[in-house]
Structures are given as structure tokens and as C-alpha cells.
Design a protein around this ligand. Structure first.
Ligand SMILES: *[C@@H]1O[C@H](CO)[C@@H](O)[C@H](O)[C@H]1NC(C)=O
Ligand SMILES: *[C@@H]1O[C@H](CO)[C@@H](O)[C@H](O)[C@H]1NC(C)=O
Ligand SMILES: *[C@@H]1O[C@H](CO)[C@@H](O)[C@H](O)[C@H]1NC(C)=O
Ligand SMILES: *[C@@H]1O[C@H](CO)[C@@H](O)[C@H](O)[C@H]1NC(C)=O
Ligand SMILES: *[C@@H]1O[C@H](CO)[C@@H](O)[C@H](O)[C@H]1NC(C)=O
Ligand SMILES: *[C@@H]1O[C@H](CO)[C@@H](O)[C@H](O)[C@H]1NC(C)=O
Length: 423
């Protein structure tokens, strides 16, 4: 008995030194838009009452019992009397952030008209909602997320009304992430990565907001079953409870759970992911050999093809062995179709995949030159500009919005920023 005790004691420091360092980024906000009280949800996430908004009003979905989380029931909307442009301006340290919104209509205003509006992050257009919304979005709502750099110490998430529709938001979450994640050492800090699919093959939806499974970045992962194409619909699911090594590591902190399930099929495994044309897409593939009957290199080999281009040949065991995470990424440039097709084509054995992520790489739009932003904010305060003028966020960006009523902007001489040319 005492021997066992000593044995455990001597092992303890060993475990300690081999465990990963704690997640070093500690800025996060979970804002329950439209709510006046703080709350903690069933996944132990603490929600702040609504704050940091420039205007608008609050409301509640028409059928609160249809929504199981408190933050999904209350919302903030921005009627035209608040101006065409409204924002959440959140002070936070310069860095990179995961930003997630929950958007729902559920006929909160009794008008049976889902609204058309745009949303921007740091002056770049990221989401466009157009009426009529699909039935599931109208009634159940949807989470949308992206990764963005915030360089000026304040996150600007802005909404722009189309026609006279009031933009609406039910919750806003912001989690600081590693600035080097998702390949930014190569791509730089001027892209916003907008989530077009983050799949966990062989699992149902999990992660923050859906289950209590952790993900340091706050990412949630969805089932792949709706995206499998052709014969792949009948692919076999494999799961394991074994520990997978090489997970939860800087800079991407991919969670272990991602690699504990997979799908596999005799033959070709195929996915079709919906996309919008004319953008570049960053695709991440996640693998782990979690089938213990595969015991050596060469037993499971397959080629990964994106839109029929051969990206890489994969032999998971040869690269990392068993029960170890192995990830790859690929950028598909200037997509011309509305579908991104991924095929795992067998060379030996059956292809297998644990995770698939697809992000649109949205280039950051030009912003108003900093001196003018400061000057315009001072002018707005001294003039007491009425709310309906919508003088919120960047005066000129995004460039395709008529951002501040009565203010005309142009690109400066060397094309590095926007300047106000007329008021
Ligand atoms: C958050 O992290 C920074 C360093 O990244 C540290 O200086 C600060 O003390 C941390 N704050 C808390 C509340 O842990
Ligand atoms: C919930 O979160 C708090 C900190 O936000 C922590 O102290 C507490 O242990 C957590 N409780 C559970 C059940 O995880
Ligand atoms: C696909 O590309 C890999 C190198 O990335 C190569 O080893 C493999 O043979 C190629 N597959 C085919 C079918 O050409
Ligand atoms: C991602 O792709 C870049 C560029 O091709 C490469 O340098 C990097 O090593 C890749 N990372 C992983 C984890 O595959
Ligand atoms: C993207 O493709 C379209 C045609 O599909 C072409 O007109 C355009 O010039 C391309 N853009 C870039 C940056 O390559
Ligand atoms: C562009 O011009 C502005 C002044 O209009 C100047 O402050 C800035 O440094 C210039 N940038 C470059 C890259 O030349």
C-alpha cells in the first residue's frame, strides 16, 4: 500500500512536466444581446448582460421555449431610428480572435418578415443575411463564426440595414486565440477566415455551446453526415476512447475529441462543401490512425484531392504512427464553382478522416486612415450627431456600404487607406 502511494507520488511530477502548458490567452467575452442580467449556462459559460452596443432596442423571440439556452432567447435589433449602421465596439488587447454570433428571427417583431442586412468585422464585410431566410434559420437560428485580427485595441462588429430592415443579433462571443494559428505565419495578418464548414466526421455536433467538450478557441464542430457525397453516405463510423497524442498544442490547439472519431469506407470517400465563388479557401484535414488493426506503414494509404487536384498522398501510420494526430492544410485559390469537392481516393486499404475544416480567406478591406477616424469621432461628439445618421464604427468602411450618412470617402493616393473627401 505504501509502496503504491510512493510510486504514484513519484510519477506525479513526471505527468506534470509532460502535460501541455495551460492555454495562455485569457481574453474572452460572452455577450447575451438584449439581456439586462448576467447568467451562467448549463455548460458553465458565464454570459454578460448586453453591453458595448451603439444603439438599438431589445426584444425576445416569439417562442422562447423552443430555444434551450437563455442567450438564444433575447436579442438586440437596430431599427432605422438608430441609423443605418450600428456596431458592437468591444475594447480588448490587440491580437487574434474567434468571433461567433447567434442570429435568429423567430418572428420576434410579429411582422413575419426576416430582415436583410450585412455584418462587418474590423471594417470588412463578413456576413450577408437576405430575406427571406431559410425556414430553419428563421425559426431555430444559426451560429456563424470567423477568426480575425484586431490591431487597434477595439473590436468593431457592425451591422448595416438593407432597405429599412432592422439588423438583429442574439449573442456575441469573442475568444482570444493564438495569432500564429491557421497558417498565419505564411498568410500574414490581413485575412479574416470565415467558417464555411468545421466537420467532425463520425460525431454529432459538439463543443462550446453544444456540449461540455472543451475547445480552447471556442470552436464547435458539426457532424459530417450532411456533407458526404454519393456512396460515402454509407461510410462506417469508428470511435475510440484511447488518448490521442499531438493534440491541444500551440498554435492550433485542436481538441483531442476531434481525433477520437472518424469515418472510413471501402472505396472513395467524398465530401461536397458549399462555398461562394471568387474567394480563396483554406482547407484543413485531420487524421489519426485509430483502428488498431492497422499496424504498419503501407496498410492505409490514400490520395487527397480538392476539386480533382491531387493535394497529397497520406499514410497516417508512416507519418506519425497510431493514436497520434496528423493534420494537413491546403489553399484552393480563386474558386469558380459553388461547391468545394474533397475526395480521399484509396491507394491501399480504406481511406479515413477525423476532421475537415473549410474557411473563406476574406482579405481585409481598406480602413479609414487612423487620424481621420479620431477626428471624425471627436466631430461626432462635439456636433451631437443624431442617432439616425448612423455615425458608428469606421466612417468609410466597408467600402461597399454607404457607411456614415452624409460622408463621402475615397482611397488615398498610395492606396493604403480611405480618406473623407466630402461632408
Ligand atoms: C492574461 O494574460 C496576460 C499575458 O498574456 C497576463 O499578463 C495577465 O495577467 C493575464 N490575466 C489573467 C486574469 O490571468
Ligand atoms: C465553472 O467555471 C468556474 C470559473 O468560471 C470554475 O471556477 C468552476 O469550477 C466551473 N465549474 C464547473 C462545474 O466546471
Ligand atoms: C498525388 O500526389 C502525391 C504527392 O503529393 C504523389 O505521391 C501521388 O503519387 C499523387 N497521386 C497520383 C494518383 O498521382
Ligand atoms: C500548412 O501549409 C503551409 C503552406 O503550404 C505549410 O507551410 C505548413 O507546414 C502546413 N501546416 C500543416 C500543419 O500542415
Ligand atoms: C479569378 O477567376 C476569374 C475567372 O473565374 C478571373 O476572371 C479572375 O481574374 C481571377 N482572379 C484572380 C485574382 O486570379
Ligand atoms: C501613404 O500615404 C500616407 C499619407 O497620405 C502616409 O502616411 C503613408 O505612410 C503612406 N503609405 C505608404 C505605404 O506609402
Amino acid at each position: 500500500m505504501s509502496f503504491l502511494f510512493l510510486f504514484l507520488l513519484s510519477l506525479a511530477p513526471l505527468f506534470h512536466s509532460s502535460s501541455p502548458l495551460p492555454y495562455p490567452y485569457n481574453t474572452s467575452f460572452h455577450i447575451d444581446c438584449g439581456s439586462s442580467t448576467p447568467s451562467t449556462d448549463s455548460y458553465n459559460i458565464s454570459w454578460l448582460p448586453d453591453k458595448f452596443f451603439t444603439g438599438g432596442s431589445t426584444s425576445v423571440v416569439s417562442e422562447p421555449l423552443h430555444f434551450h439556452l437563455q442567450h438564444e432567447k433575447t436579442l438586440r435589433y437596430f431599427p432605422l431610428s438608430s441609423g443605418k449602421k450600428n456596431c458592437y465596439n468591444i475594447p480588448l488587447p490587440a491580437g487574434r480572435y474567434y468571433i461567433r454570433t447567434f442570429t435568429v428571427y423567430d418572428n420576434y417583431d410579429g411582422k413575419s418578415h426576416s430582415p436583410s442586412f450585412d455584418a462587418s468585422v474590423e471594417g470588412t464585410l463578413v456576413f450577408s443575411w437576405r430575406s427571406p431566410w431559410p425556414e430553419s434559420l428563421t425559426r431555430d437560428g444559426a451560429y456563424s463564426d470567423l477568426f480575425a485580427f484586431v490591431k487597434d485595441g477595439q473590436l468593431d462588429l457592425c451591422f448595416y440595414s438593407i432597405a429599412t430592415d432592422p439588423p438583429v443579433i442574439a449573442s456575441l462571443e469573442v475568444v482570444q486565440i493564438d495569432p500564429l494559428s491557421y497558417n498565419s505565419a505564411q498568410t500574414g495578418d490581413s485575412y479574416i477566415l470565415v467558417n464555411y464548414g468545421r466537420l467532425s466526421p463520425g460525431s454529432s455536433q459538439w463543443g462550446p455551446g453544444f456540449t461540455s467538450d472543451p475547445d480552447a478557441f471556442g470552436r464547435s464542430w458539426q457532424s459530417d453526415s450532411d456533407y458526404r457525397a454519393g456512396k460515402s453516405e454509407s461510410a462506417k463510423v469508428i470511435t475510440t476512447k484511447e488518448k490521442i497524442t499531438g493534440t491541444e498544442k500551440a498554435p492550433n490547439y485542436f481538441p483531442m475529441k476531434l481525433y477520437q472519431s472518424a469515418v472510413t469506407i471501402e472505396g472513395r470517400l467524398e465530401y461536397e462543401l458549399p462555398v461562394d465563388a471568387k474567394l480563396d479557401y483554406l482547407v484543413w484535414f485531420h487524421f489519426a490512425e485509430i483502428d488498431s488493426t492497422v499496424k504498419k506503414a503501407g496498410e492505409r494509404v490514400f490520395d487527397v484531392l480538392v476539386n480533382d487536384k491531387n493535394v497529397s498522398r497520406v499514410d497516417i501510420f508512416k507519418e506519425v504512427g497510431s493514436f497520434v494526430a496528423y493534420s494537413l492544410n491546403y489553399t484552393e485559390k480563386n474558386l469558380s464553382s459553388s461547391v468545394l469537392n474533397v475526395k480521399l481516393s484509396p491507394v491501399a486499404g480504406a481511406p479515413l478522416i477525423c476532421g475537415l475544416e473549410n474557411y473563406a480567406m476574406v482579405p481585409a478591406d481598406l480602413a479609414t486612415v487612423p487620424e481621420q477616424v479620431v477626428a471624425m469621432k471627436a466631430l461626432k461628439d462635439s456636433l451631437c450627431v443624431p442617432d439616425r445618421m448612423g455615425w458608428n464604427g469606421d466612417p468609410c468602411a466597408p467600402t461597399d456600404w454607404d457607411a456614415w450618412e452624409g460622408v463621402t470617402c475615397h482611397t488615398n493616393k498610395n492606396g493604403t487607406g480611405l480618406v473623407i473627401t466630402q461632408m
